[in-house]
Design a protein around this ligand. Structure first.
Ligand code: AVI
Length: 331
């Protein structure tokens, strides 16, 4: 360890990341009548890099919108805690780029809080711990290596005090609508009455603007989607011929679903060694890879209510239609 490097203590609680899970999900998804692959497997090292590139694209307006909301409303977020001590819990913290806007502001205001980033990647948590130790030396950071619910459960049992939980970046959009309700109801159960959830949600808007965000002119999103097949080749010994596939996204303005697919360009067979299986694809057959749901403010209100929360305030980015909505656990 470099002499200037601080040792970062990481709380670890019951991470279940079986290497076999990926294989199992690929087998299930490609064996089903309507072929699909879960979007959570986008984020290997290459996929995470590509996602960072996506977030820098003007066409992918979501990130800039949320930055603007954070810069503009950082004091409003703090005011919601009314001077009480709290834990700032960051679900899927990553490099905490946006959260650092809040951390720098909260610390400059001498707010009584600690920062609890949660991630399933140890390297990311260690790097973040180092970075924050340098950038905001007085900040007490408690990184937790865990799945979200295990981490929230651990916090509930081991730390008293109020929580402000961040679930940003329209991550909720990657659940089906029913799945989102199940997830948020479960989240509500591992939080305490009075705890706050700040949830970033992309709003329904001009379908053309939404489509450009998911089919950008530089083809970064296409590479991000195709990386799923490359990952199967790398990790499961697949022989997907990447040039035989195309990225395709569409948007349904009725239910708010962006659906992303990989489309087979020819009749082809693909063997995946570690599954000991060969899959056949017809020309123009699709593999569904991702949902990115968009909501109206009314739908968000209803979702909060159905899942056990009260919607306190909406912070809306007007020019591109994105909201950070703050909810309180009912009780
Ligand atoms: C992570 N998630 C919220 C992104 C989204 O907008 O659905 C992932 C993404 N997929 C394509 N572009 C970005």
């Amino acid at each position: 360890m470099h002499p200037d490097t601080k040792e970062i203590q990481i709380v670890e609680t019951g991470l279940r990341q079986g290497a076999g899970q990926f294989a199992e999900d690929v087998l299930k998804g490609l064996s089903s009548k309507k072929k699909r692959l879960p979007s959570r497997y986008f984020y290997d090292e290459k996929g995470s890099r590509l996602f960072e590139e996506i977030m820098k694209l003007d066409e992918y307006y979501l990130t800039n919108c949320e930055w603007d909301i954070f810069r503009k409303h950082k004091q409003d977020f703090l005011d919601l805690l009314q001077g009480e001590a709290f834990h700032l819990v960051d679900l899927g913290a990553g490099d905490a780029q946006k959260t650092r806007v809040l951390l720098n502001h909260f610390s400059s205001q001498n707010a009584k809080y600690d920062y609890v980033p949660i991630d399933i990647n140890r390297d990311i948590l260690e790097e973040l711990g180092q970075l924050l130790a340098e950038e905001i030396p007085g900040l007490n950071t408690i990184p937790i290596l865990a799945e979200y619910f295990d981490a929230l459960d651990w916090i509930g049992k081991n730390q008293s005090g109020r929580k402000l939980v961040l679930f940003m970046g329209s991550n909720i959009g990657n659940f089906s609508k029913a799945g989102a309700a199940v997830f948020l109801t479960r989240m509500c159960r591992v939080m305490n009455p009075g705890d706050l959830l700040l949830i970033g949600v992309d709003l329904k808007k001009d379908p053309r603007q939404i489509l450009r965000a998911y089919d950008d002119s530089k083809g970064v999103t296409a590479r991000f989607n195709l990386n799923l097949l490359e990952r199967i080749n790398r990790e499961l010994g697949g022989d997907f011929e990447i040039d035989n596939w195309r990225h395709y996204a569409n948007y349904n303005p009725i239910n708010g679903a962006v659906k992303s697919y990989l489309i087979s360009q020819i009749d082809q067979k693909v063997t995946i060694n570690s599954l000991k299986k060969t899959f056949s694809f017809d020309a123009f057959e699709a593999i569904h890879t991702e949902y990115s749901y968009k909501y109206t403010l009314k739908e968000i209100e209803l979702l909060a209510d159905n899942c056990g929360f009260v919607r306190l305030e909406n912070f809306v980015c007007q020019q591109a239609g994105f909201v950070d909505s703050v909810w309180r656990v009912r009780g």
